[in-house]
Design a protein around this ligand. Structure first.
Ligand SMILES: Cc1cc2nc3c(=O)[nH]c(=O)nc-3n(C[C@H](O)[C@H](O)[C@H](O)COP(=O)(O)OP(=O)(O)OC[C@H]3O[C@@H](n4cnc5c(N)ncnc54)[C@H](O)[C@@H]3O)c2cc1C
Length: 504
């Protein structure tokens, strides 16, 4: 048997690839396997949110993604008898270098991550399926089968299930996946649609149901998603059926042609009862599935991975206590619950056949929506949520505020906001970053923090700091503020660092 691994990543969808990217940056010994022989060729999730781009920019992947995709800056909301042209992320997203929704097929996102890994000598072991996994002593013994039928037994300290909705890891760990399926069937197609205004995403809210056209770019210009109309024949999705929906539900009646992918799907809303059980972890669709409303699914999976990877890396190299791994579920399970709740509400309002909700869609929405959109505060809050910039771990176990809280700026547990000078980019890297603000003479040249496995860098931002006063902010490797305090007393900071990154 080969030497034990630190981490076995099961599944090379966007979640597994993101985890591998972070483990590689942290130089953690790991392997990544996927039972399919090729990565997904279908477009699937078509959009990347600003927060995902921010997090991936730490590895130099975000620029490649932006180059491959197209940015939509407007949403056209087609309501009965009127069209609202809504700027997307024009408010509430002024502290990010990526204030847009990036439309990019999932196949391209996976291609960019796979290329990034290949450049760093990481091979995604395709055609390799996890059959079984059982904890034995300090390792999990895992049985892998390759597509040629040969089998291999590997031992790993931790096994991460990034293996999708039907996760084998989840089953082997004995973690339940609870929830329900929605009754509606959806039709999906990547195709050409003549007559739609370019550069915008189109949403049609009709009495019959919902219809979307997203600007995809590749492998076709548009992604169409529609509720299957009542009485429509089941079985194979045809261009004729899609054209009938476009004709019946839109005044523009775009002419549809050249489909490259057509399918139908049912939507579930389910969540794992735990994100961790002993040496097993779940991330992405293995931990939560829900409606695609709001483009959250793939993004939440990638962010699960980037919350977990550095924690595994630090524990495996002996730089952090095992207790750090407990913070994964504490921080990410509430995010997963929140996304399931949010997408469920949006989905129910958009699709329900209940007379009150149909009335709301057809009669009230045309009057209320313009008022809501004019309320910039409400719009900013909505964008903050959808863009995932608002995700925070304020009440999590690894967020702490010193005796004096800064009056402005982020709070402990918030993501570090970007600044015009590009602060996020400046502090990218696999370790912690201590930001000290205020006049230089306030801070001693030698800070009494000791040696921390080479994982703590100090940045003296001086008086041109992003927030006023003398403050200390300790930013974690995933870009969230762990510890925050005002003033120069480093006692609380030291206690935080002693707990999560004990001296080497
Ligand atoms: C038809 C369709 C349309 C979608 N549309 C949208 C959308 O519009 N918006 C949106 O946000 N999301 C959408 N999604 C969902 C989105 O694709 C998922 O959220 C995303 O793929 C989750 O990524 P993941 O890496 O967690 O899991 P997956 O992408 O499912 O990857 C799991 C990987 O694990 C591998 N695997 C499974 N079991 C094993 C095993 N035992 N051993 C080894 N490997 C294994 C699989 O081969 C697979 O490659 C869509 C999905 C589908 C199928």
């Amino acid at each position: 048997m080969t030497a034990p691994l630190d981490v076995l990543v099961v599944g090379a969808g966007p979640t597994g690839l993101a985890l591998a990217t972070q483990l590689r940056a942290c130089e953690t010994p790991f392997r990544i396997v996927d039972r399919s022989l090729d990565r997904a060729r279908e477009s699937r999730a078509p959009a990347i949110q600003p927060r995902t781009l921010e997090m991936l920019s730490a590895f130099g992947v975000a620029d490649d993604l932006v180059e491959r995709g197209s940015t939509a800056v407007r949403l056209h909301l087609h309501l009965p008898r009127r069209v609202l042209r809504v700027p997307v992320f024009d408010v509430g997203c002024d502290d990010t270098p990526y204030p847009f929704l990036l439309f990019l097929p999932q196949s391209e996102t996976e291609a960019a991550l796979t290329a990034h890994l290949a450049e760093r000598d990481v091979t995604v072991e395709r055609g390799t399926e996890l059959l079984g996994a059982a904890p034995e002593g300090e390792y999990v013994t895992c049985r892998l089968r390759r597509s040629d039928g040969t089998e291999e037994t590997v031992r790993a300290r931790y096994v991460v299930g990034c293996d999708g909705a039907h996760s084998t890891v989840r089953a082997r760990a004995g973690i339940a996946f609870e929830g329900y399926a929605y009754p509606q069937t959806f039709l999906l197609a990547d195709l050409e649609a003549d007559g739609l205004e370019q550069g915008a995403a189109h949403t049609y809210l009709t009495a019959a149901g919902l219809l979307f056209f997203f600007p995809l770019g590749t492998p076709a210009t548009w992604r169409m998603i529609a509720m299957q109309p009542p009485g429509a024949p089941g079985g194979e999705v045809t261009l004729e059926l899609l054209q009938r929906i476009a004709d019946d539900w839109t005044p523009d009646k775009p002419s549809l042609h050249d489909p490259v992918w057509m399918t139908s799907f049912r939507i579930h809303n389910r969540g794992a009862t735990h994100y961790r059980k002993g040496p097993f972890f779940l991330a992405g669709d293995a931990a939560h599935i829900h409606s695609p409303a709001g483009g959250q699914g793939m993004n939440t999976g990638i962010q699960d991975a980037l919350n977990l990877g550095w924690k595994l890396a630090h524990v495996c190299r002996g730089a952090a206590p095992e207790e750090l791994l407990e913070t994964y579920e504490a921080e990410r399970a509430p995010v997963g619950h929140g996304v399931r709740r949010l997408t469920d509400r949006a989905f129910t309002v958009g699709t329900s056949g209940h007379p009150a909700l149909r009335l709301a869609r057809t009669r009230l929405a045309p009057h209320l929506a313009p008022l809501l959109l004019r309320a910039t505060g409400a719009r900013a809050r909505l964008f903050r949520t959808v863009s995932e910039l608002g995700i925070h771990y304020r009440s999590g176990p690894a967020s702490a505020t010193g005796p004096q809280r800064p009056r402005q700026g982020p709070r402990a547990g918030d993501r570090l906001p970007d600044t015009p000078a590009g602060l996020q980019r400046r502090i990218a890297g696999p370790g912690y970053h201590l930001l000290l603000t205020g006049p230089a003479h306030h801070w001693p040249q030698d800070l009494p923090l000791g040696e921390r496995h080479g994982l703590l860098s100090v940045h003296r931002l001086g008086t041109r700091s992003p927030w006023p006063g003398v403050t200390q902010a300790l930013v974690r490797p995933d870009g969230y503020v762990g510890h925050l305090a005002r003033g120069t007393d480093l006692t609380a900071l030291r206690a935080y660092v002693d707990r999560w990154l004990p001296a080497s």
